[in-house]
Design a protein around this ligand. Sequence first.
Ligand code: COA
Length: 595
Amino acid sequence: MRILLLTHSFNSLTQRLFGVLRAQRHTVSVELDIADSVAQEAVGLFQPDVVLAPFLKRRIPQSIWQKVVCLVVHPGVPGDRGPSALDWALMRGDKHWGVTVLQAVEDMDAGEVWAWQPLTMRPYATKSSLYRREVTDAAVHAVLRALQRYVPGRLHPNAPGITNTAAGTWNPLMPQAIRRIDWATDTTATVLQKIAAADGSPGVLDALFGQPCRLFDAHPASPAIVSRFMHSPPGTLLARRGPALLRRTVDDAVWIGHVRLEAPPHQLPAHDFMLKLPAALVFAAQAAHLFESPVELMRNDDEWDELRYREFGPEGARVGWLDFEFHNGAMSERQCLRLRDALRWVRTRPTQLLVLAGGQDFFSNGIHLHDIEAAQRVAGDSAADASWRNINAMNDATLEVLTLTDRITVAALHGNAGAGGCFLALATDLVWAHAGVVLNPHYKNMGNLYGSEYWTYSLPRRLGEAASLALMQQRLPLSAPEAVTIGVLDDCFGSDGAAFSAQVLARCLAMAGEPGLAERLNAKQVQREHDEMRKPLATYRDEELNRMNRNFYGFDPSYHVARHHFVFRKPHAWTPRHLALHRELKPASTPSKPA
Ligand code: COA
C-alpha cells in the first residue's frame, strides 16, 4: 500500500510506525501538517491508499477525508474523545486504557473505529513514558489491524467498525485548575500523579521560591531523607540533589527534577520562560542555602538519583550495571561529567562485564540542547561555548567506555537513542535493544551538525566507511530489527523493556562465567592496541572537534538556528525532503481514489 503519514511532527510514535510499515513493504511517505493546502498537495502528489495520522493537532481537511481513507491514531479507548486523553486517564487513575484507530470525519475523534488495542497502565508511569512505551506498542498493533481492513477503492472497512459517536465522551483540554497541587492537603501519591499526568507538556503550574513555574519530572523521596525533615511544614523546599529540589508534602516529600518558568500574566512568554531546565539550575541562587544531599552510586533502590550502579553474579563472573536516567535522555555538561566520573569509579570494581543501561525511556539523546540554549542568556557565556564544553564532556564519558578494555562492555538500549546518544552506545563491545527501540544514528538533522563521540571510529568499525557515510547522510530513523540487519546493533530481543532487561542480565551473567572470557578480553585488548597504533583515538577526536568547532563558531549558523527551533518547538515550515518521498516524484497521472 501507499501510506502517507500526516503528522504534526516526526515524533517517536510516527518514527516507530514509519519503520514497522516499511518493514511490511508498504511505500511510506511523510508530510508534516503545516496547512490544509500543503496536505492536499501532498495527497495529490503521492496518491496514497491511506492517509495515517499518528499525531495531529488539527483536523484533517474535509477535501482529503472525503476522497481518501484517513485513519487517525487516538491515545484513548473507543468512545474517548478530546486532546487530553492520557492526562484524564492518568488523573482518574485508570488501570486499563487503550489506543484507537478511527476514521477522520467532521468532528474530532468521532469517526468509525477500524481497530483498537487495550493496554495496561503502568503504575507510577508518567504521561510521556506511557506514550513512548505502552501507547506506542498498542498503536502499532491497532494500526496494523486497521490496515488489514482496508479494501482498495472503498472508503469503509471490510466489515462494520464500532460507531464512535454514540458512546463518545468529549473530554476537554485539561485546565490547570484541575492539575493544581494543594501542598497543604495533597499526599505524595497525589502530587506525583498530578505531575505525571502533565509530564512533557504542559506541566503543573505552581511556584518555587515565590516564582511561578511549571513542574515536571517528579520522584518520591526515600524514608531516610524524609526523616531528616519530619518537622518541616508541607510545601517547604528542603534539599537539593543533582538537577532536583526536594519539597515536603503532607506525608513525605518529592524530588522535583525540572521546571519551566512561567511568564507573568498578560505578557507574551519571552524565550527565557519557555525552556525546561533542571530545577536546581533555574533556582541555583535561591537553592544555594539548601541542604545538599548527594548519594552513592550503589545504594538502596528507594533512594532516587540520576545514576545508579548495581552488581550481579558471583565473584569472578560478576556483572556491573550502570543506569543513567537523564531526563529526556539529554546529557548536559554536568551530567556527562557525572557519567564520566561514575565510569572511572566503575573501573575499580571487580567485574568481568559492564552493562550501560541508559534510561528506561531514552538510552541517550546526546548533548543537552535546552541547557545550551539557556547558556545563551547567561552573562559571559554563549551557546557556542556551552556546546563546546558539552561535547567535550560527552567525549570524555565516551572515551572512558572505549578504553575500558579489562572487561566486556554492553550497551542495553531500553529506550530510543538519538545522535550522540547512539554513538555513546556504539562505544561498547556489544549493542543490544528490544524490538520497539528506534535509533537516529546521525547528527545532520540538527543544523548539519558533524557530530563527535568518536563516531568516525566506532561506526566504520561496524559498517565500513561507505555504509557509515550513507547512514549519516540519509538521516532516517532505524527500527531495532533494521539496525540489526545492517550491523548497527548486534542483537534485538525481548518484547518490551522489562522482558529485555531480564534477558540482558541472564545473557551477561552467562557470558561473565564463560571459560573463554579471558581469551575474549585478550583479543579485545590486542584489537584496541592495534587500532590505537593505526590511528589514535585522540586523532579521531581532534578531527571531529575541528568540524564541530566550525559548526559552533563558524560563519554558518545552521546548528544554532536548528537548535533554537528544536528547543522552542517552532512549527515546521516544510517537510524535510528525505521524509517527503512524494516531493521527489512527479505528480502521479492516476486519478485519486474513488469515494
Ligand atoms: N537536548 C535537550 N532536550 C532533548 C534532546 C536533547 N538532545 N533530545 C530530546 N530532548 C527533549 C525534547 O525537547 C522533548 O522535550 P519535552 O518533553 O519537554 O517536549 C523530549 O526530549 C522528547 O523529545 P522529542 O523530540 O519529543 O522525542 P522523540 O522521541 O519524538 O524524538 C529525537 C527523538 C532523538 C529524534 C529528537 O528528540 C531529537 O532529534 N533530539 C535531538 C538529538 C540531537 O540532535 N542531539 C544533539 C546532537 S548530539
